[in-house]
Design a protein around this ligand. Structure first.
Ligand code: F0G
Length: 467
């Protein structure tokens, strides 16, 4: 890997995802309308790029970690998304994440010991997977000289954009959040990192609509996952999963679905790796919605919406959203990170599902929180939305779609401490707080034990624990 990405950044371009639209754009421009076009994709002339002949080549960068680009868990794979000259790359050391084999969670999900892995993205600087994408979006913002950036968020995107703005000082950050709709851990981050934080009277879908319009009309640089550069960075989560498995492709990748950026990026990563001859088979992809925010599940499983060779049925999608608008259908789930009814990456996700023989499911808040508690008990802990991946794996195992002997990777998208309220409500058995979208029975609650400020009383409790 002697050539640098600077040598071949010109081999990248922006193109429409759907083959029927043929126009392409340079990567050195932000698309008009604040890049609000959900269908833009970053494409590469791979023939012009010196991609390594084997994924093992990337291991060499472990020995050159004094180079910030080789230290980054995202950019050390930069030949696989070479859109930026190296001197423009913005990194804050993201992507130092862990793939953990977890037999406790495997048992819970019904997978054989040794077969279930948790890809823990909570170790990123802002505590969620978003940093994988935001390092790429920040890089592009820098490439085009953006001075103000913005996003709408259920909390993690805003925390991530805010940290990149705060640490690098390259641009100002404005975040749009639904008032009362984001967990305090995340809100506190945006405030602490110095982002201007606009609390919109509405939910995420409202906030996203507003920020897209604001960016389109003002030229502010949009950093939601509708920005295709973000997804390029998020592909690296899959490269690290493969690396953690000694470059073997697992049978399943299971991921929570909100705005569907991750699932879209993962599918794109595998499509490209296969095309480049760097993997010999595709994993299957399972995208898991919360039951109260299940647009993808409904469209995919009930309305039969498919990628259809790049021509998904626009009428099916249009009718679905018109009905949702007419009924003022709102997403409702305790997993606030994925409380989204209008996923902007729907079409890209269909491509990923098609390429990876995908399945889609939705899981209740109770299933999410029980799974989250098992991850907490046996693993690193995670925020509610991340629990959806383990709950989904368990469901697919019970249905016989995942086999006990399969190798399953569940993506834990966000840190446990992002949403302590949900965790404490669950363990304390605060059913009123938990019953946002239906009753929740906390099956693995571990309630705090009230005890008098008295030695004997304390000893009595401790003795009762060991008996
Ligand atoms: N998990 C967590 C912890 C998230 O924060 C999000 C999205 C998702 C899963 C869903 O990922 O959108 O790629 O399907 N959070 C966004 C935000 C929407 O604003 O932080 P997706």
């Amino acid at each position: 890997m002697t050539a640098t990405t600077s040598d071949f950044a010109s081999a990248a371009y922006q193109a429409c995802l759907l083959p029927k639209h043929e126009e392409t754009y340079s990567v050195s421009e932000a698309r008009p309308h604040g890049m609000a076009n959900d269908l833009l994709d970053i494409q590469y002339d791979w023939d012009r790029i010196p991609v390594p002949s084997s994924l093992t080549e990337f291991e060499k960068r472990w020995s050159t970690r004094n180079n910030p680009l080789d230290y980054s868990g995202v950019w050390r794979f930069r030949e696989l998304f070479p859109f930026a000259p190296e001197d423009q790359i913005v990194t804050i050391g993201e992507g130092q994440t862990v793939l953990q084999k977890n037999d406790g969670v495997a048992k819970y999900a019904g997978v054989n010991a040794g077969g279930l892995f948790l890809q823990y993205e909570g170790m990123n600087p802002s505590g969620s997977f978003k940093d994988n994408g935001m390092t790429a979006a920040s890089t592009h913002a820098r490439m085009i000289g953006a001075k103000v950036t913005a996003c709408a968020s259920t909390g993690n995107t805003s925390a991530s954009l805010a940290i990149y703005g705060g640490v690098t000082g390259l641009f100002k950050v404005v975040v749009f959040v639904g008032s009362g709709k984001i967990a305090y851990g995340k809100l506190s981050q945006a405030l602490d990192y110095g982002a201007a934080t606009l609390q919109i009277q509405g939910d995420f879908d409202d906030a996203l609509k507003q920020v897209r319009r604001v960016c389109a009309e003002s030229g502010i640089y949009l950093c939601n996952s509708v920005n295709p550069f973000r997804l390029e960075g998020q592909k690296s989560i899959m490269y690290r999963v493969l690396e953690g498995l000694n470059w073997e492709v697992p049978d399943w990748i299971v991921v929570p679905g909100g705005n569907l950026g991750n699932s879209s990026a993962f599918g794109k990563a595998f499509i490209e790796l296969k095309q480049l001859g760097l993997i010999d088979r595709m994993p299957r992809l399972a995208v898991i919605n919360a039951a109260g925010a299940s647009t993808l599940t409904k469209l995919y499983n009930e309305h039969g919406l498919r990628w259809n060779n790049g021509d998904p049925c626009e009428t099916t999608i249009g009718d679905y959203f018109t009905k949702m608008d007419n009924e003022d259908g709102r997403a409702v789930t305790l997993a606030s990170a994925i409380e989204i009814n209008r996923p902007v990456n729907l079409t890209k996700c269909l491509r990923a599902l098609d390429a990876c023989d995908g399945v889609v499911r939705d899981v209740s808040d109770e299933q999410i929180l029980d799974a989250k508690a098992q991850v907490g008990r046996f693993g690193f802990g995670c925020e509610p939305a991340s629990g959806a991946s383990v709950a989904g794996a368990k469901m697919l195992r019970e249905e016989g779609i995942i086999a006990p002997s399969d190798r399953v990777v569940c993506i834990l998208t966000g840190h446990q401490l992002k949403d302590p309220n949900a965790t404490v409500a669950y363990h304390s058995g605060d059913k009123d707080a938990l019953a946002k979208s239906g009753p929740v029975e906390p099956h693995f609650g571990n309630a705090p034990i009230p005890v008098d400020n008295d030695f004997d009383a304390i000893m009595q409790v401790i003795d009762s624990l060991s008996s």
